[in-house]
Structure formats: C-alpha cells, structure tokens
Design a protein around this ligand. Sequence first.
Ligand code: NDP
Length: 334
Amino acid sequence: MTEKDMFNALVVEKDEESGKTAAAVKQLGLDDLPNAEVTVAIDYSTVNYKDGLCIGPGGGLVRSYPHIPGIDFAGTVEASDDDRYKPGDKVVLTGWRVGEAHWGGYSQKARVKADWLVPLPDGLDARRAMAVGTAGFTAMLAVMALEDHGLTTGNGPVLVTGAAGGVGSVATAILANLGYEVAGVTGRPESADYLTSLGATQLLAREELNETTKRPLESENWAGCVDAVGGAMLARVLGQMKYGASVSAVGLAGGAGLPATVIPFLLRGVNLLGIDSVMQPYDNRVRAWGRIAKDLPMDKLEAMIQPASLSDLPKLGADILQGQVQGRVVVDVN
Ligand code: NDP
C-alpha cells in the first residue's frame, strides 16, 4: 500500500480476558475497510450519546472489535461503484447502525452502502452538516412530526426538554426561527444565556418537571413538545399538554421508563409520536436535510459549535455520557 492509501482513525479494541475496551488514534490502510459500494473521504463527524457508548464500553451496540465508532459523518465521495454517486459528490450519513454494527465516521475514510448516503443539500457544507449531525437531523424529524400532526404558531409555547443538549439546542433554534414561542427545560442554569440566544423565551429548571405527581392531568401549558429526556419528565409533560397537542419522543437521557397514565390520551386527545432517525426512509431524510438548510439559522448553528479532533474523542465520549456536552461538537478528522 502506498502512503496515500493510509489514513487515521479512532480504533476501539477490546481485551477479551478483562472485557475492557480502549480507544486510540491509529493508522489504517484502505484494504482494512469493509467491502461496500462507496468510499468517502470524511471531512467531519460529531459526538452523540451513542458515540459515548461505542467509544467506551460498547453498551451492547458494537458488534465486533476492533471497531471504528462515529454514528454520523459528512465528506466527499472518493470512489463509487453505484450510479447514484461519483467522485467529488458531497454526502452526509446518519443512522443505519453505522458506527455501531458497522465502522463509522471517526476516521479519515469510510466505505459504506450507497443506500445509506444522502447528498448534502445546497446551503450546507460538511462542517455545518456535522454541526447539525444525527442530533439536529432528529430534532428536525421531531419538528416535522409535530407539524404533520397539526402544530401551528400562535397556539402557545412549544416545550423542549434536554434543551442545552444536541437535540434540544437544534430543536430550540429551529422552532424559534419558525416563529414558535419556545420553552426550554434544562438542568444546567449556566446554560440560560445560551438557550436564550438560540431563541428560547421561557426556561424551566429540570427539577420542576422531574418530580412525579399523582395528578394525571395538570394545567394545559404546551402546544407541542420535543422530548429528549423520556422517563418521569415525559410522563409529567403528557399531563400538561394542550387539548389535541403532540409530543415527539426522541430520547431517553432521563430514563427509558414511562411512569404515566393513559388519561392525557383519552381525555385530551394528546398524541405521543415516536421519532426514529436510524431507519428513516430515504425520501424523508432528503426532506429533513432540505428543511434544515432552509429553517435552521446558520448564525445560531455556529454559536452551538465546539471544535474537536480525533484525539479529543475518548474524553468527549465520557463527557456526553455524563450529560456534560453543551450544543454540538464538530470533529475535524483531518
Ligand atoms: P445530549 O447529551 O447532548 O443531550 C441530552 C440532554 O438531556 C442533556 O444535555 C441534558 O440537558 C438533558 N439530561 C441529561 N440527563 C438528564 C436527566 N437525568 N434528566 C433530565 N434531563 C437530562 O444528547 P443528544 O441531544 O444528542 O440526545 C438526546 C437523547 O436523544 C439521547 O437519549 C439520545 O440517545 C437520543 N437520540 C435519539 C435519536 C433517535 O433516533 N430517536 C437520535 C439522536 C439522539 P440539560 O443540560 O439542558 O438539562
């Protein structure tokens, strides 16, 4: 292999005896990549909760080791055996269990199925696409689902839980830009200025909504909700939704349980909408990326960015598992 066939990647290895994993930047060759139709020269990746798991203990997501994590990336097609892509095309990839069951984006090169790629829309370069990343893409899917179920401006505030995180930050900025009044729930009071700058006009402390209540219905406060937290907070939020309003259930940062009653569904016609970004059909992916380019203000996106490199990833992976990452980390893999 020549020098130009070599590239750097964050490789996670597992010691079979102790079961412990360790991540380090290593040099690999193009021959090490799996067989698939499209080879991509990656420009940027990002850090998601799942990446924290895959950089560290694996969380049952990683199929085999050695493994390259990174559940999303954006870059330029270098070689393609598929008619839909040619060298030089700008592409983005999220989901399909890339970075979990397949080698992912913490690498200067990836080889993937053409079906998994989406052309970058006009108005988004690779860096900004990864500032959006899976978190922002999912936030857009969540907003689209609320709109598809009748959300319109002028009906009162839309609640965003886990507001200072990746999904929450992008959801806040998109909703505010679309003219919605946004209420953000955060456990980090120091994020107040940040959330206000993204367009939130009301902030709630996490404790206000984390407590369980015996009352299945409370005052009708919210016209919609993007929920990144799940658990007791989602249960509480369901009882505070306005008549006929919808909640997009995106995440489980606060727990996978749902200690709720069915009363909000039966007496207020509340809708609980499940949002999955991983197996999302191609047409809706294209629709969501197009909406991101149109409806997410780029100055707000820039304000969310924390730059990072491949060697920063072990620490960032641990941080995101602790809920300590604010906004969007953009990893320059080169
Ligand atoms: P982040 O870690 O960036 O954000 C999560 C936020 O949730 C934190 O920043 C914090 O916000 C809040 N939070 C953390 N722990 C708790 C807790 N114990 N109780 C209440 N709030 C808490 O993650 P992402 O935004 O990237 O992802 C959010 C969730 O969405 C994750 O569970 C992730 O797995 C899931 N997800 C799902 C996808 C799908 O396809 N459905 C795709 C992408 C993500 P604050 O500091 O403001 O309180």
